[in-house]
Design a protein around this ligand. Structure first.
Ligand SMILES: Cc1cc2nc3c(=O)[nH]c(=O)nc-3n(C[C@H](O)[C@H](O)[C@H](O)COP(=O)(O)O)c2cc1C
Ligand code: SF4
Ligand code: FES
Length: 561
């Protein structure tokens, strides 16, 4: 239809005619602000989440005007920008007329170890005690510091063993930035022989020899699935053309903090392992997807990657550090890849597997942070570093993240055949006044086992006969003062919050389960039926494993329900 003759009328019609294009109009000021923030960064769709972070960091929220301006800059539909921004918990989207969040946010962790340590009372005390006009107090899932529960994040500063007094003092002192711990720098690492293994391989190494070493060591994926690492390299290499490596640093499984532990101490051991694996599969680029809950790690990696570039260990831009935005599901490898591509973290259907069709449709080797750290150690010290350790018929070492009712929570590197008895002993025994009752062997996805099952080696494959698995080895210990049913409810609430919502059995199943589990007496038939539907029909591991805590309570803690 021809444009109306009247000046400024966009489109004539039966009504008065519009003076603008349809929808939300571009605000020139907001647009100029976004242009400044983005600078000369390429307006690539995969960088959308990075750009949303820039705006959120600068203004403390994402206004509708800024989202509109970003869509304009990116040449994307507003709906696309909006759906990504609203998917991630760390973005505060504020539409016209809505209140802007306060400058300071406190996120109180309410996952299991923090709940055991009194997170609910802490959150209430903070909400009651602090000025609601100054500080916003919200709940948040596990921050990977479960050994110092209860934990909260004030701005970007984490407060361990948090109390109202500590928070008040931190606010008064303006301590809202991440504390950077002492760690092994590039200079120290190289002075101790670091990157020599990588350099030697790059000169005349044979990738199949390295693969054979990794296989001989028995190294399996430490993100939770336990897939043999060397075998995976072969799958990725088997595909021609451009290949990528992507590091999974999402570490969102509550109770898990081993990756953070290592990254805050020996980041280069991991980086060398990553570069060896990248060399082995001839990756064109290495992506590191690091969770936003680890600001210190993000800082350390940014600084140390720059040093690698300056020293010529990698070309500038070869390592692409990406920042998550608060979504547990982005730890699932295909959801992580979606997120790296700048989209909502929604798991893909498989096949094809990411080793064939990964980032930008190219074969991608995905590894957990700790897996890569062991690749470096196997190359530097030989396969014996893992395969010479034996206990209870199991070989290798396992980094157990231990928290809950133990004296000294922390990461303990123990033989992979260790039992919960060994692990509690390593953690200094039970906390004073607590008697061992139950344990979560590997994150909420693994459910709970009773203290009577104290002699099972906690390794890959050993827990399957008992209806569970070791996963990321996130061990949470409960005592006789705790109720298993409360712990299971905490776990299901987590899954309810974190379900990506793509499939009905998981989205609705988690929500219904939480409701049913709050009844004094559980409707066990209904919960069993619901669990079966979730296991059988959910697309990814989240929905398939979410019923585990329910099933384990019905099996081992019947008297509570
Ligand atoms: C719901 C869900 C969450 C996951 N979260 C993580 C995670 O935070 N970190 C991780 O390394 N792997 C996680 N995984 C496993 C990854 O999908 C993948 O198996 C792993 O990153 C592969 O690396 P690996 O072979 O070195 O373990 C998760 C899986 C599922 C189903
Ligand atoms: S199982 Fe849950 S998290 Fe996984 S795809 Fe389905 S809805 Fe999303
Ligand atoms: S930091 Fe709170 S449970 Fe992990």
């Amino acid at each position: 239809m021809a444009l109306d003759d009247r000046k400024g009328v966009w489109k004539s019609g039966k009504g008065k005619g519009r003076h603008t294009t349809k929808g939300r109009q571009l605000d020139d000021t907001a647009h100029a602000q976004v242009v400044v923030l983005l600078g000369d960064a390429p307006r690539r769709a995969d960088l959308l989440i990075e750009f949303l972070h820039l705006i959120q960091d600068a203004y403390g929220h994402l206004s509708a005007a800024h989202l509109r301006a970003l869509a304009e800059e990116m040449r994307m539909a507003q709906a696309e920008v909006y759906e990504v921004a609203t998917f991630y918990a760390h973005f505060d989207v504020v539409k016209e007329g809505e209140a802007v969040p306060l400058a300071l946010t406190i996120r109180v962790c309410d996952s299991l170890s923090c709940e055991l340590a009194g997170a609910a009372a802490l959150q209430k005390a903070l909400t009651d005690g602090l000025d609601a006009d100054q500080v916003r107090v919200v709940r948040a899932p596990c921050m990977g510091r479960c050994d110092t529960a209860p934990v909260l994040e004030l701005g970007h500063a984490h407060i361990d063993n948090a109390t109202v007094e500590k928070v008040t003092a931190a606010i008064a002192g303006g301590h809202t930035h991440a504390h950077i711990p002492d760690y092994e720098t590039f200079e120290t690492y190289t002075a101790n022989g670091g990157y020599m293994a990588l350099a030697a391989l790059r000169v005349d190494g044979n990738w199949e020899d390295v693969q054979a070493k990794v296989k001989a060591s028995g190294l399996r994926g430490l993100g939770g699935a336990g897939f043999p690492s060397g075998t995976k390299w072969g799958f990725v290499r088997g595909n021609a053309g451009t290949r990528y490596i992507a590091v999974n640093g999402d570490e969102g499984e509550p109770g898990t903090f081993k990756d953070r532990y290592y990254l805050e101490r020996t980041p280069h051991l991991f980086l060398e392992g990553m570069l060896i694996a990248a060399w082995a599969v001839e990756a064109d680029k290495a992506f590191i997807y690091m969770r936003d809950e680890y600001p210190a790690v993000l800082h350390i990696l940014a600084v140390e990657i720059k040093k690698l570039e300056d020293a010529g260990v990698v070309p500038v831009g070869y390592i692409d550090l990406r920042r998550g935005a608060g979504a547990y599901i982005c730890g699932e490898e295909s959801a992580m890849i979606e997120s790296i591509e700048g989209k909502r973290g929604i798991p893909r259907h498989r096949p094809p597997y990411v080793a064939q069709v990964g980032i930008f449709g190219r074969p991608t080797l995905v590894h957990n942070v700790e897996t890569l750290l062991w690749v470096a150690r196997v190359c530097r010290e030989g396969p014996e570093v893992l395969n010479s350790v034996e206990r209870n018929g199991r070989k290798g070492l396992r980094s157990y993240s231990v928290s809950g009712r133990v004296k000294n929570g922390g990461v303990y590197l123990l033989p992979a055949g260790s039992t919960i008895t060994d692990i509690i002993a390593a953690a200094g025994g039970m906390a004073d006044g607590h008697v061992f009752k139950a344990y979560q062997p590997g994150g909420p996805s693994s459910g709970l086992l009773p203290a009577s099952m104290h002699d099972i080696p906690l390794d890959f494959d050993t827990l399957q006969p008992h209806g569970t698995f070791i996963g990321s080895a996130a061990v949470v210990v409960l005592s006789t003062g705790d109720r298993a049913r409360d712990a299971a409810l905490n776990m299901l609430r987590f899954f309810e919050d974190e379900s990506c919502g793509q499939c009905t059995p998981c989205r609705v199943g988690c929500e219904k389960a939480v409701k049913l589990m709050q009844a004094d007496t559980w409707d066990q038939d209904l919960l069993t039926e619901l669990s079966t539907a979730m296991v059988d029909a959910s697309i990814c591991g989240l929905g398939q494993a979410a019923p585990n805590p329910i099933k384990m309570v019905m099996t081992h803690f019947k008297d509570e329900i």
